[in-house]
Design a protein around this ligand. Sequence first.
Ligand SMILES: Cc1cc2nc3c(=O)[nH]c(=O)nc-3n(C[C@H](O)[C@H](O)[C@H](O)COP(=O)(O)OP(=O)(O)OC[C@H]3O[C@@H](n4cnc5c(N)ncnc54)[C@H](O)[C@@H]3O)c2cc1C
Length: 327
Amino acid sequence: MSPMAPNIDGTADILPPISTELPKELNFIGKTPTVAVIGGGMSGLRAAQVLLQKGYKVVVYEARDRLGGRIFTSNNLGKAVDLGPNWIHGTENNPVLSLAEISGSKLHHFSEQCPTYGFDGKPLDQAEAEELSELMWKVIERAVEYSKHCHSAIPVEKSFYDYCVEKAEELFGTKVVNDEKRKKELWLSLAEMWGTFIGSPVEKQSLKYFFLEEPLEGANIFVAGTYKSMIDTMSNPSLDAGIVRLNTPIDEIITPVPGSRNRVMLKSSQKPEENCEVDAVIVTIPLGCLKREMISFQPKLPKRMLEGIDSLSYGTLEKVGFRYILI
Ligand SMILES: Cc1cc2nc3c(=O)[nH]c(=O)nc-3n(C[C@H](O)[C@H](O)[C@H](O)COP(=O)(O)OP(=O)(O)OC[C@H]3O[C@@H](n4cnc5c(N)ncnc54)[C@H](O)[C@@H]3O)c2cc1C
Protein backbone atom coordinates (compact mmCIF):
# COMPACT_ATOMS: atom_id res chain seq x y z
CA MET A 1 0.00 0.00 0.00
CA SER A 2 1.38 3.42 -0.83
CA PRO A 3 1.49 6.11 1.86
CA MET A 4 -1.36 7.86 0.03
CA ALA A 5 -3.61 4.78 -0.02
CA PRO A 6 -7.29 5.39 0.75
CA ASN A 7 -8.52 4.99 4.32
CA ILE A 8 -9.17 1.45 5.36
CA ASP A 9 -12.36 2.21 7.26
CA GLY A 10 -13.37 5.69 6.26
CA THR A 11 -13.06 7.11 9.76
CA ALA A 12 -10.24 9.48 8.85
CA ASP A 13 -12.72 11.35 6.65
CA ILE A 14 -14.59 12.26 9.81
CA LEU A 15 -11.88 12.32 12.46
CA PRO A 16 -9.44 15.17 11.90
CA PRO A 17 -6.14 13.86 10.54
CA ILE A 18 -3.05 14.06 12.71
CA SER A 19 0.37 14.70 11.26
CA THR A 20 1.83 11.38 10.22
CA GLU A 21 5.04 12.68 8.74
CA LEU A 22 7.86 10.52 9.99
CA PRO A 23 11.42 11.84 10.01
CA LYS A 24 12.84 12.01 6.46
CA GLU A 25 15.45 9.34 7.17
CA LEU A 26 12.61 6.83 7.69
CA ASN A 27 11.22 7.25 4.20
CA PHE A 28 13.68 4.78 2.67
CA ILE A 29 13.22 4.23 -1.03
CA GLY A 30 11.71 0.81 -1.68
CA LYS A 31 11.23 -0.01 1.98
CA THR A 32 8.16 0.53 4.09
CA PRO A 33 9.12 1.65 7.59
CA THR A 34 7.86 -0.37 10.56
CA VAL A 35 6.50 1.61 13.47
CA ALA A 36 5.90 0.09 16.91
CA VAL A 37 3.13 1.58 19.02
CA ILE A 38 3.50 0.89 22.73
CA GLY A 39 0.14 0.86 24.48
CA GLY A 40 -3.24 -0.15 23.08
CA GLY A 41 -5.40 2.58 24.63
CA MET A 42 -7.22 5.24 22.62
CA SER A 43 -3.97 7.10 21.80
CA GLY A 44 -2.10 4.02 20.60
CA LEU A 45 -5.04 2.67 18.61
CA ARG A 46 -5.59 6.00 16.86
CA ALA A 47 -1.88 6.26 16.06
CA ALA A 48 -1.91 2.71 14.67
CA GLN A 49 -5.03 3.41 12.63
CA VAL A 50 -3.59 6.53 11.00
CA LEU A 51 -0.25 4.84 10.28
CA LEU A 52 -2.03 1.88 8.69
CA GLN A 53 -4.04 4.28 6.55
CA LYS A 54 -0.79 5.86 5.40
CA GLY A 55 0.65 2.50 4.47
CA TYR A 56 3.21 1.97 7.23
CA LYS A 57 3.85 -1.41 8.79
CA VAL A 58 2.63 -1.21 12.36
CA VAL A 59 2.75 -3.39 15.48
CA VAL A 60 0.81 -2.52 18.64
CA TYR A 61 2.28 -3.85 21.90
CA GLU A 62 -0.16 -3.94 24.81
CA ALA A 63 0.77 -5.05 28.32
CA ARG A 64 -2.69 -6.23 29.28
CA ASP A 65 -4.88 -8.98 27.85
CA ARG A 66 -7.25 -6.45 26.28
CA LEU A 67 -7.25 -3.25 24.29
CA GLY A 68 -8.71 0.07 25.46
CA GLY A 69 -6.47 0.97 28.40
CA ARG A 70 -8.33 3.30 30.73
CA ILE A 71 -11.44 2.87 28.60
CA PHE A 72 -13.02 -0.27 29.95
CA THR A 73 -16.62 -1.41 30.13
CA SER A 74 -17.45 -3.89 32.88
CA ASN A 75 -20.46 -6.18 33.02
CA ASN A 76 -19.87 -7.20 36.63
CA LEU A 77 -22.99 -5.43 37.89
CA GLY A 78 -25.11 -7.29 35.35
CA LYS A 79 -25.24 -4.20 33.14
CA ALA A 80 -22.55 -2.61 31.02
CA VAL A 81 -20.84 0.14 33.06
CA ASP A 82 -17.84 2.22 32.08
CA LEU A 83 -15.11 2.03 34.69
CA GLY A 84 -13.21 4.75 32.84
CA PRO A 85 -14.48 7.73 30.86
CA ASN A 86 -18.15 8.59 30.52
CA TRP A 87 -17.97 12.16 29.33
CA ILE A 88 -17.12 14.10 26.24
CA HIS A 89 -15.82 17.34 27.66
CA GLY A 90 -16.56 20.01 25.08
CA THR A 91 -17.95 19.39 21.63
CA GLU A 92 -16.13 21.95 19.48
CA ASN A 93 -13.26 20.39 17.56
CA ASN A 94 -13.39 17.34 19.80
CA PRO A 95 -12.64 14.25 17.70
CA VAL A 96 -14.13 12.05 20.42
CA LEU A 97 -17.56 13.45 19.51
CA SER A 98 -17.03 12.46 15.86
CA LEU A 99 -15.95 9.02 17.03
CA ALA A 100 -19.07 8.73 19.22
CA GLU A 101 -21.24 9.64 16.25
CA ILE A 102 -19.68 7.22 13.77
CA SER A 103 -19.67 4.40 16.31
CA GLY A 104 -23.38 4.96 17.06
CA SER A 105 -22.83 5.69 20.76
CA LYS A 106 -25.86 6.86 22.71
CA LEU A 107 -25.31 10.41 23.98
CA HIS A 108 -27.08 12.50 26.59
CA HIS A 109 -26.76 16.26 26.95
CA PHE A 110 -25.90 17.13 30.54
CA SER A 111 -28.36 19.99 30.56
CA GLU A 112 -31.29 17.69 29.81
CA GLN A 113 -32.97 15.94 32.72
CA CYS A 114 -30.16 16.17 35.21
CA PRO A 115 -31.75 16.38 38.65
CA THR A 116 -29.75 18.15 41.35
CA TYR A 117 -30.50 17.25 44.94
CA GLY A 118 -30.49 19.69 47.84
CA PHE A 119 -29.13 19.17 51.36
CA ASP A 120 -32.45 17.62 52.39
CA GLY A 121 -32.05 14.88 49.77
CA LYS A 122 -34.94 16.23 47.70
CA PRO A 123 -34.59 17.31 44.04
CA LEU A 124 -34.14 21.04 43.58
CA ASP A 125 -36.58 23.04 41.56
CA GLN A 126 -35.31 22.64 37.95
CA ALA A 127 -35.22 26.40 37.27
CA GLU A 128 -33.20 27.03 40.43
CA ALA A 129 -30.81 24.15 39.67
CA GLU A 130 -30.24 25.54 36.16
CA GLU A 131 -29.70 29.07 37.49
CA LEU A 132 -27.08 27.89 40.01
CA SER A 133 -25.39 25.62 37.48
CA GLU A 134 -25.17 28.42 34.86
CA LEU A 135 -23.69 30.71 37.48
CA MET A 136 -21.14 28.04 38.31
CA TRP A 137 -20.03 27.65 34.70
CA LYS A 138 -19.70 31.43 34.35
CA VAL A 139 -17.48 31.55 37.43
CA ILE A 140 -15.37 28.67 36.05
CA GLU A 141 -14.92 30.60 32.78
CA ARG A 142 -13.99 33.75 34.70
CA ALA A 143 -11.54 31.80 36.86
CA VAL A 144 -9.83 30.44 33.72
CA GLU A 145 -9.53 33.95 32.26
CA TYR A 146 -8.33 35.44 35.55
CA SER A 147 -5.76 32.67 35.99
CA LYS A 148 -4.56 33.14 32.39
CA HIS A 149 -4.19 36.92 32.57
CA CYS A 150 -3.15 37.44 36.21
CA HIS A 151 -1.15 34.23 36.52
CA SER A 152 2.01 35.82 37.93
CA ALA A 153 0.14 37.80 40.61
CA ILE A 154 -1.79 34.82 42.03
CA PRO A 155 -0.15 33.05 44.99
CA VAL A 156 0.23 29.33 44.32
CA GLU A 157 -1.62 28.41 47.54
CA LYS A 158 -4.78 30.26 46.51
CA SER A 159 -7.22 27.58 45.42
CA PHE A 160 -10.08 27.62 42.95
CA TYR A 161 -12.36 27.09 45.94
CA ASP A 162 -11.00 30.26 47.64
CA TYR A 163 -11.93 32.08 44.43
CA CYS A 164 -15.45 30.57 44.55
CA VAL A 165 -15.90 31.72 48.16
CA GLU A 166 -14.96 35.27 47.10
CA LYS A 167 -17.36 35.09 44.15
CA ALA A 168 -20.12 33.68 46.36
CA GLU A 169 -19.81 36.77 48.56
CA GLU A 170 -20.01 39.03 45.51
CA LEU A 171 -22.97 37.12 44.12
CA PHE A 172 -24.96 36.50 47.28
CA GLY A 173 -23.54 39.04 49.75
CA THR A 174 -21.66 38.48 53.01
CA LYS A 175 -24.39 38.53 55.63
CA VAL A 176 -27.05 36.56 53.85
CA VAL A 177 -29.87 34.86 55.73
CA ASN A 178 -32.60 32.33 55.05
CA ASP A 179 -33.14 31.59 51.35
CA GLU A 180 -30.11 33.55 50.12
CA LYS A 181 -27.95 31.69 52.66
CA ARG A 182 -29.32 28.35 51.45
CA LYS A 183 -28.66 29.35 47.82
CA LYS A 184 -25.13 30.46 48.62
CA GLU A 185 -24.36 27.16 50.39
CA LEU A 186 -25.91 25.16 47.57
CA TRP A 187 -23.91 27.09 45.01
CA LEU A 188 -20.67 26.49 46.91
CA SER A 189 -21.41 22.79 47.12
CA LEU A 190 -21.95 22.81 43.33
CA ALA A 191 -18.47 24.31 43.05
CA GLU A 192 -17.12 21.19 44.71
CA MET A 193 -18.43 19.13 41.79
CA TRP A 194 -15.70 20.64 39.65
CA GLY A 195 -13.33 18.48 41.73
CA THR A 196 -14.79 15.34 40.18
CA PHE A 197 -14.36 16.81 36.70
CA ILE A 198 -10.65 17.18 37.31
CA GLY A 199 -9.99 14.35 39.74
CA SER A 200 -8.75 16.45 42.66
CA PRO A 201 -10.59 18.42 45.35
CA VAL A 202 -11.34 22.06 44.49
CA GLU A 203 -9.47 23.14 47.63
CA LYS A 204 -6.30 21.63 46.13
CA GLN A 205 -6.57 23.09 42.65
CA SER A 206 -4.31 26.11 42.48
CA LEU A 207 -5.96 29.16 40.93
CA LYS A 208 -2.55 30.16 39.58
CA TYR A 209 -2.59 27.16 37.21
CA PHE A 210 -6.34 26.93 36.78
CA PHE A 211 -6.07 28.12 33.15
CA LEU A 212 -4.49 24.76 32.32
CA GLU A 213 -7.88 23.15 32.96
CA GLU A 214 -9.57 25.24 30.27
CA PRO A 215 -12.19 22.92 28.83
CA LEU A 216 -12.91 22.63 25.13
CA GLU A 217 -15.68 24.90 23.92
CA GLY A 218 -19.15 23.45 23.59
CA ALA A 219 -21.43 21.23 25.60
CA ASN A 220 -20.37 18.54 28.05
CA ILE A 221 -21.98 15.38 26.85
CA PHE A 222 -22.55 12.24 28.85
CA VAL A 223 -22.10 8.96 27.00
CA ALA A 224 -25.36 7.37 28.05
CA GLY A 225 -24.46 4.05 26.45
CA THR A 226 -20.84 3.13 27.03
CA TYR A 227 -17.48 3.90 25.43
CA LYS A 228 -17.31 0.27 24.22
CA SER A 229 -18.44 0.89 20.65
CA MET A 230 -15.96 3.78 20.42
CA ILE A 231 -13.03 1.67 21.50
CA ASP A 232 -14.22 -1.18 19.25
CA THR A 233 -14.29 1.22 16.28
CA MET A 234 -10.75 2.27 17.13
CA SER A 235 -9.53 -1.31 17.71
CA ASN A 236 -11.00 -2.91 14.59
CA PRO A 237 -8.44 -1.65 12.03
CA SER A 238 -5.56 -2.97 14.16
CA LEU A 239 -7.32 -6.25 14.95
CA ASP A 240 -8.29 -6.76 11.30
CA ALA A 241 -4.69 -6.11 10.27
CA GLY A 242 -3.48 -8.69 12.82
CA ILE A 243 -0.94 -6.30 14.30
CA VAL A 244 -1.91 -6.42 17.99
CA ARG A 245 0.34 -8.17 20.50
CA LEU A 246 -1.52 -8.51 23.81
CA ASN A 247 0.12 -9.51 27.11
CA THR A 248 3.34 -7.97 25.85
CA PRO A 249 4.70 -5.30 28.18
CA ILE A 250 7.68 -3.61 26.61
CA ASP A 251 10.29 -2.88 29.26
CA GLU A 252 13.30 -1.75 27.27
CA ILE A 253 13.73 0.55 24.28
CA ILE A 254 17.26 0.79 22.89
CA THR A 255 17.96 3.37 20.24
CA PRO A 256 19.80 3.26 17.94
CA VAL A 257 20.53 -0.45 17.83
CA PRO A 258 24.32 -0.85 17.88
CA GLY A 259 25.59 -1.49 14.33
CA SER A 260 22.27 -0.73 12.62
CA ARG A 261 21.46 2.65 11.17
CA ASN A 262 18.57 4.31 13.01
CA ARG A 263 16.94 1.05 14.10
CA VAL A 264 15.30 0.81 17.50
CA MET A 265 15.24 -2.36 19.58
CA LEU A 266 12.25 -3.26 21.73
CA LYS A 267 12.49 -5.83 24.48
CA SER A 268 9.84 -7.56 26.53
CA SER A 269 11.21 -9.69 29.36
CA GLN A 270 7.75 -11.28 29.73
CA LYS A 271 7.58 -12.19 26.02
CA PRO A 272 11.18 -12.36 24.76
CA GLU A 273 9.93 -13.97 21.55
CA GLU A 274 8.44 -10.56 20.69
CA ASN A 275 11.79 -8.73 20.99
CA CYS A 276 12.27 -6.94 17.70
CA GLU A 277 13.84 -4.10 15.75
CA VAL A 278 11.73 -1.36 14.22
CA ASP A 279 12.27 1.98 12.48
CA ALA A 280 10.33 4.18 14.89
CA VAL A 281 8.43 3.88 18.15
CA ILE A 282 5.42 5.75 19.46
CA VAL A 283 5.10 5.44 23.23
CA THR A 284 1.56 6.02 24.56
CA ILE A 285 1.84 4.50 28.02
CA PRO A 286 0.34 6.53 30.90
CA LEU A 287 2.27 9.19 32.77
CA GLY A 288 2.27 6.99 35.91
CA CYS A 289 4.14 4.22 34.06
CA LEU A 290 6.69 6.77 32.82
CA LYS A 291 7.11 8.14 36.34
CA ARG A 292 7.76 4.64 37.65
CA GLU A 293 10.22 4.06 34.80
CA MET A 294 8.43 0.90 33.73
CA ILE A 295 10.21 1.21 30.40
CA SER A 296 13.96 1.63 30.48
CA PHE A 297 15.09 3.94 27.68
CA GLN A 298 18.64 3.62 26.38
CA PRO A 299 20.02 6.21 26.06
CA LYS A 300 18.00 7.97 28.77
CA LEU A 301 15.24 10.33 27.69
CA PRO A 302 16.36 13.97 27.34
CA LYS A 303 16.63 15.88 30.64
CA ARG A 304 13.86 18.29 29.61
CA MET A 305 11.47 15.39 29.04
CA LEU A 306 12.41 13.69 32.33
CA GLU A 307 11.80 16.95 34.20
CA GLY A 308 8.39 17.22 32.52
CA ILE A 309 7.47 13.66 33.52
CA ASP A 310 8.61 14.34 37.06
CA SER A 311 6.82 17.64 37.52
CA LEU A 312 3.52 16.71 35.86
CA SER A 313 0.89 15.28 38.13
CA TYR A 314 -2.63 13.97 37.83
CA GLY A 315 -5.71 13.59 39.95
CA THR A 316 -7.31 10.43 41.21
CA LEU A 317 -10.84 9.72 40.19
CA GLU A 318 -12.74 6.90 41.80
CA LYS A 319 -16.04 5.69 40.46
CA VAL A 320 -18.53 3.80 42.56
CA GLY A 321 -21.24 1.70 40.95
CA PHE A 322 -24.50 0.74 42.67
CA ARG A 323 -26.99 -1.87 41.69
CA TYR A 324 -30.46 -1.26 43.08
CA ILE A 325 -32.63 -4.24 43.74
CA LEU A 326 -36.18 -3.22 43.04
CA ILE A 327 -38.71 -4.76 45.38
C1 LIG B 1 -12.02 6.74 36.07
C2 LIG B 1 -11.66 7.57 34.85
C3 LIG B 1 -12.60 8.41 34.30
C4 LIG B 1 -12.27 9.18 33.18
N1 LIG B 1 -13.24 9.96 32.64
C5 LIG B 1 -12.99 10.62 31.48
C6 LIG B 1 -14.04 11.29 30.81
O1 LIG B 1 -15.18 11.29 31.25
N2 LIG B 1 -13.75 11.93 29.64
C7 LIG B 1 -12.49 11.92 29.12
O2 LIG B 1 -12.28 12.53 28.06
N3 LIG B 1 -11.48 11.27 29.72
C8 LIG B 1 -11.70 10.61 30.89
N4 LIG B 1 -10.71 9.90 31.48
C9 LIG B 1 -9.37 9.94 30.87
C10 LIG B 1 -9.29 8.99 29.67
O3 LIG B 1 -9.70 7.71 30.07
C11 LIG B 1 -7.83 8.92 29.22
O4 LIG B 1 -7.37 10.23 28.93
C12 LIG B 1 -7.64 8.08 27.98
O5 LIG B 1 -8.35 6.86 28.03
C13 LIG B 1 -6.14 7.83 27.85
O6 LIG B 1 -5.89 7.02 26.72
P1 LIG B 1 -4.40 6.64 26.39
O7 LIG B 1 -4.41 5.72 25.23
O8 LIG B 1 -3.57 7.86 26.28
O9 LIG B 1 -3.86 5.90 27.70
P2 LIG B 1 -4.36 4.50 28.31
O10 LIG B 1 -5.79 4.28 28.06
O11 LIG B 1 -3.89 4.46 29.71
O12 LIG B 1 -3.56 3.44 27.43
C14 LIG B 1 -2.22 3.14 27.66
C15 LIG B 1 -2.02 1.65 27.45
O13 LIG B 1 -0.64 1.35 27.62
C16 LIG B 1 -0.53 0.07 28.19
N5 LIG B 1 0.81 -0.06 28.74
C17 LIG B 1 1.33 0.48 29.87
N6 LIG B 1 2.63 0.15 30.00
C18 LIG B 1 2.93 -0.61 28.92
C19 LIG B 1 4.14 -1.26 28.48
N7 LIG B 1 5.28 -1.17 29.19
N8 LIG B 1 4.09 -1.98 27.35
C20 LIG B 1 2.94 -2.08 26.62
N9 LIG B 1 1.79 -1.49 26.98
C21 LIG B 1 1.79 -0.76 28.12
C22 LIG B 1 -1.65 0.06 29.23
O14 LIG B 1 -2.01 -1.26 29.60
C23 LIG B 1 -2.77 0.78 28.47
O15 LIG B 1 -3.61 -0.12 27.78
C24 LIG B 1 -10.98 9.12 32.61
C25 LIG B 1 -10.02 8.26 33.17
C26 LIG B 1 -10.36 7.49 34.27
C27 LIG B 1 -9.32 6.56 34.85
